[in-house]
Design a protein around this ligand. Structure first.
Ligand SMILES: [Zn+2]
Length: 173
């Protein structure tokens, strides 16, 4: 009888640990195949991997109204930042936040929506601190800006990359 009870107790503990393990494993553990943030016909590898003027990010020149796609999927949050990002969208995935700036105010996803890589999320524009129509893309991991150039290159080439491997410097001028 005693053995039987102990066995059941151990089984219960293992069951609990398994449940915790599932909860603790972040969705970001499995890298997604990244997708281009703008239509392929409207950009090129040079633009996608160009250095940014101040902090780690990339500016992709595209006309106002260009379709913007999620590079990596996650949970969307719309925001507006006058004098900065303008009409922006954050896509949060685990410890990472992908930010798209200077939109024209047209969104294709609601705040709180979960989107996959390649989902049409908004339209580009020239809002906020912007000197010409372009899409600004930046990646923050654990609150630290990372250089998205290798992610853009992987999206262009259709290859896999772990965003956690993106460097935090070397992409500014
Ligand atoms: Zn920028």
């Amino acid at each position: 009888m005693t053995m039987s009870i102990r066995t059941r107790a151990v089984a219960g503990a293992i069951g609990t640990l398994s449940v915790l393990g599932v909860v603790a494993a972040p969705a970001s553990a499995a890298p997604q195949l990244p997708k281009l943030p703008v239509p392929r016909a409207q950009t090129n590898l040079t633009e996608l991997t160009s250095k940014h003027h101040d902090h780690p990010a990339v500016d992709i020149p595209v006309p106002v109204g260009t379709a913007v796609y999620a590079v990596i999927g996650g949970v969307a949050t719309r925001f507006y930042e006058a004098g900065g990002c303008g009409y922006g969208l954050n896509i949060t995935r685990g410890n990472s936040v992908y930010t798209y700036c200077h939109g024209n105010g047209t969104y294709h996803v609601a705040s709180g929506a979960t989107v996959g890589a390649g989902t049409l999320i908004m339209r580009s524009g020239n809002t906020g601190s912007s000197t010409g129509p372009h899409l600004h893309v930046q990646v923050k991991i654990d609150g630290q800006l990372r250089c998205p150039q290798n992610l853009m290159k992987a999206a262009w080439n259709g290859t896999q990359i772990d965003p956690q491997s993106l460097p935090s410097s070397g992409c500014t001028y």
